[in-house]
Design a binder for this molecule. Structure first.
Ligand code: PLP
Length: 185
């Protein structure tokens, strides 16, 4: 879903484009991130017919269809709004830079973000070896929310001091957020 939200010179590479993979790959994506419509729940699956038959059978017994009226809007956007997508990507890139430089400025060990709208950072240097505790306290301390990376894995060991921050908020909210984060120094 982040295939258009990539930064620098590292474009998204679809597995289906690799030699011999097209016939055995289902490419799945959604409008949520590309068109900034996370509430719409409208996506698509592309692949060879026998595989898509299986996807349709499963979907039929799950949600059947969601947000039908959004589908023509997404189809239109996919065909006619690629320039908007590029502008949106550039805007995210600027917010990525703002958040990244703030976290680096705080002395955190920041993982490079080449795609998506998340930046992960090790918060040990802030005296917080337990990212879960750090994230529970952060709203009360400075009015900022972040997510401990450990909630995304069963193998929590290597991630216990890592926090995921996002830069998907408006420019004004991001400016306020980084100003508040700066108080952690
Ligand atoms: C990797 C990934 N896939 C899918 C989704 C959800 O997409 P949608 O809102 O269109 O269901 C998200 C959003 O949180 C995501 O990060």
């Amino acid at each position: 879903v982040y295939e258009h939200l990539t930064f620098g010179d590292r474009p998204h590479l679809s597995i289906a484009s690799l030699p011999g993979m097209r016939e055995r790959t289902v490419v799945i994506s959604s409008a949520a991130k590309t068109f900034n419509v996370t509430g719409w729940k409208t996506g698509w699956a592309c692949g060879p017919e026998p595989l898509i038959d299986g996807v349709r059978a499963a979907k039929q017994f799950m949600t059947f269809v969601a947000g039908g009226p959004f589908q023509p809007a997404v189809a239109y956007a996919l065909e006619h709004e690629q320039e908007w997508v590029l502008r949106s990507r550039d805007s995210f890139d600027a917010r990525r830079e703002l958040l990244n430089s703030t976290l680096v400025g705080l002395g955190l060990d920041v993982t490079r973000c080449d795609g998506s709208y998340f930046i992960c950072a090790d918060v040990t240097s802030l005296g917080a070896a337990d990212a879960m505790k750090f994230c529970r306290e952060l709203p009360g301390r400075i009015g900022v929310a972040a997510v401990p990376v450990s909630v995304f894995t069963d193998n929590t060991g290597p991630w216990e001091s890592f926090v995921r921050f996002t830069f998907c908020k408006s420019v004004e909210t991001m400016r306020e957020g980084v100003a508040r984060l700066a108080r952690l120094s």
